[in-house]
Each structure stands twice: as structure tokens, then as C-alpha cells.
Design a protein around this ligand. Structure first.
Ligand SMILES: [Zn+2]
Ligand SMILES: [Zn+2]
Length: 334
């Protein structure tokens, strides 16, 4: 999320980013064959760095755009109940001790983009690009034990797999704001990088294929994932209502995973947001207007639970995202 004003970016970068993010395919476009481009543009705000602005009037309840993740991963507790690729809930019959896919399309996509899978353990094995790895490698077990329960390293690992397979470039997340890492965390990371490299070596990934996998790369990706990852919780309710109701908070189930997006991360925060992001059936993020928005108005989401009081919001935003919120609601100490 582009929450800090420190980030500087040239107009050219913004333009490239705008074109790149808006040209992502989306599941929304499969239901509407020729959708017009989303009514938004990325620009600079007065004091919060980049932001997303309405390029025309947007009505309350309008689905502004859908975004597909750069990287996503099921939570460990949902590993056997959601699609390993798109996080869609699996029919209970299909849920098993192995990771599964909701469709052959998702299975194919995962082979192409993160070359993974191992059927008998909780974390994902990187495998040889040419096929499915049938053996549990010792290095993978070590990696798994070192990382168990840590959602962000799982995202970094999948990201590394995507880079090795050529699905994304190693600098794809550079556009996002990083968290400032503590020295503590950096020394812990060295161990994680070494373990991750070992799992790839065990899977016959050549050193030139993982030349990108340096401590700097790992630290940079992790720092971006830490403050840009969204917790995926499916909204509960009839599909049409979820898309059309201008409700600020929708009832949600427990988190099924985490994902990082480009465009949704560019929305700044407001404790009284005019848009929100919902997940209805899979990892695709749907950005909806909560009220009527005028052309040129900045679109803002709420990064935290908006029902908290002023002091709690200020503390969580500062600790989690590194800024003091000066939104109109906070200025009035509401
Ligand atoms: Zn799927
Ligand atoms: Zn605020």
C-alpha cells in the first residue's frame, strides 16, 4: 500500500505502472467480454505519495475493478480445503490431505507459474521444472520446519518459484513500498535464504536460475510483502448483493490465505473509506465504491478495522504501517 510519502517515483514509472496494472486480465473480464478500462488513474497526492483517483463519477456500490494477485498462498489451516492456485473453496468431497485444485485450468496455471507440488506435506515443494517432484527432499523438510506457520516466507518462496519458472520478473514487486527492516530481522533472513536455496538445489534448480536469489532480493521482497499482503477472507452472502451493496463491512469468514497485488496496494488509507476490497469466490480482489465518488476524488480503503476508536487506530496504523493518520475522521478525533 502506498501509504508513505517518502516513496518517490517518476511520472514515467507511474505511467508504466498504470498501463501494466490496468492491463492485467481479470476474472471480471470473462463475464463482460469487452469491459471498458476501470474509471481510475494513479497519481500523486498532496502529502501521501501515490494514490488512486476517480477518472469519472463513480456510483455507490459500483464494482470499480478486479485485480489478480502477483503472488498468493493459502493459509496453512486452509491448505487442504481451498484451491492451491486461486484459493476457491473446494467441495468437501475434494478436500484431502494433499493440496488440490478447483479446476484443471488452475492446476495447469500453477505448473506454469510456480512449478510446485508435493502431495504429502504441509508446505509446498519446489520441483524440477520439467515435472512433478515425488520425493520429499531433506532440505525441504528443514525449510518447512524452519518456516512452519510463517505466512510471509511462504509467499516469498512461491514468489521465488514464479521467478525461476519465468512467470514474473524478479523485480516485479519493486514498485511497492517496503517496510523498513530491523537488523534483527535481517540476520534471521540470512538463515531463511540459505534454507530456501537448499530446497532449490535439492530440486535440481541450477545456480544460474537462482542467481536472483540473494539476501538483498529476499529482504526486499519480504519487506514489501510484509506491508502489502492482504489477508483473504471471503465475504459471506449472495453474490449479487456482495457486489452491489455499498456496505462498509461485510461479514467474512476466517482467512483462507494471503496475497499481494499491485493496483490494490496503491490505494491510500482512510478511517472513513470511500471504497473497499472484497473477495467473493477466489483470490481475485474486487474493489467496490462505498458511496458516490466525484471525478478527481481520491479513492481510499481502510487498512484496519474501521470500528476501532481513534487511539487504537492511530496505534495500529503507526505500528503496522509506519504513519500517523491525518484523515478527516482522525483530525476530529472520532
Ligand atoms: Zn482454482
Ligand atoms: Zn484516520
Amino acid at each position: 500500500m502506498s501509504r508513505l510519502a517518502r516513496y518517490s517515483s517518476s511520472a514515467l514509472q507511474l505511467r508504466k505502472l498504470y498501463i501494466a496494472t490496468l492491463s492485467f486480465p481479470s476474472s471480471f473480464s470473462t463475464t463482460a467480454p469487452h469491459p471498458s478500462p476501470p474509471p481510475i488513474h494513479v497519481g500523486l497526492t498532496e502529502c501521501a505519495g501515490r494514490g488512486v483517483f476517480a477518472s469519472r463519477r463513480i456510483s455507490a456500490g459500483e464494482l470499480i475493478h478486479t485485480a489478480q494477485p502477483i503472488v498468493s498462498h493459502p493459509s496453512l489451516s486452509s491448505l487442504h480445503t481451498v484451491c492451491y492456485f486461486c484459493l476457491r473453496k473446494l467441495p468437501s468431497l475434494q478436500a484431502s490431505q494433499t493440496v488440490s485444485f478447483c479446476s484443471t485450468q488452475c492446476e495447469q496455471q500453477s505448473k506454469v507459474t510456480f512449478l510446485t507440488i508435493h502431495s504429502s506435506i504441509h508446505t509446498v515443494q519446489p520441483v524440477n521444472i520439467t515435472g512433478w517432484n515425488k520425493n520429499t527432499s531433506s532440505a525441504s523438510i528443514v525449510w518447512k520446519e524452519g518456516m512452519q506457520g510463517l505466512k510471509y516466507p511462504l509467499l516469498v518462496k512461491r514468489m521465488a518459484c514464479q521467478v525461476i519458472s519465468g512467470a514474473v520478473s524478479s523485480d516485479v514487486l519493486d514498485i511497492l513500498q517496503p517496510e523498513i527492516s530491523s537488523s534483527d530481522r535481517i540476520s534471521k533472513m540470512k538463515k531463511e535464504v540459505a534454507l530456501l536455496k537448499n530446497t532449490f538445489v535439492d530440486s535440481d534448480i541450477g545456480s544460474e536460475q537462482m542467481a536472483f536469489l540473494t539476501e538483498e532480493w529476499y529482504a526486499g521482497v519480504l519487506a514489501r510483502i510484509r506491508i502489502n499482503a492482504f489477508r483473504i477472507e471471503f465475504a459471506v452472502g449472495p453474490y449479487e448483493d456482495l457486489l452491489s451493496l455499498a456496505a462498509a463491512s461485510v461479514e467474512a469468514e476466517a482467512a483462507v490465505g494471503n496475497a499481494v497485488y499491485v493496483l490494490p496496494s496503491l490505494y491510500n488509507h482512510d478511517c472513513d473509506p470511500n471504497v473497499n476490497i472484497v473477495w467473493v469466490e477466489n483470490v481475485d480482489a474486487k474493489v467496490k465504491a462505498l458511496r458516490d465518488i466525484e471525478e478527481g476524488e481520491e479513492l481510499r480503503i481502510c487498512y484496519i478495522d474501521a470500528s476501532m476508536d481513534y487511539k487504537a487506530r492511530q496505534r495500529i496504523l503507526y505500528e503496522g504501517f509506519g504513519f500517523h493518520c491525518n484523515c478527516p475522521r482522525c483530525v476530529s478525533k472520532d
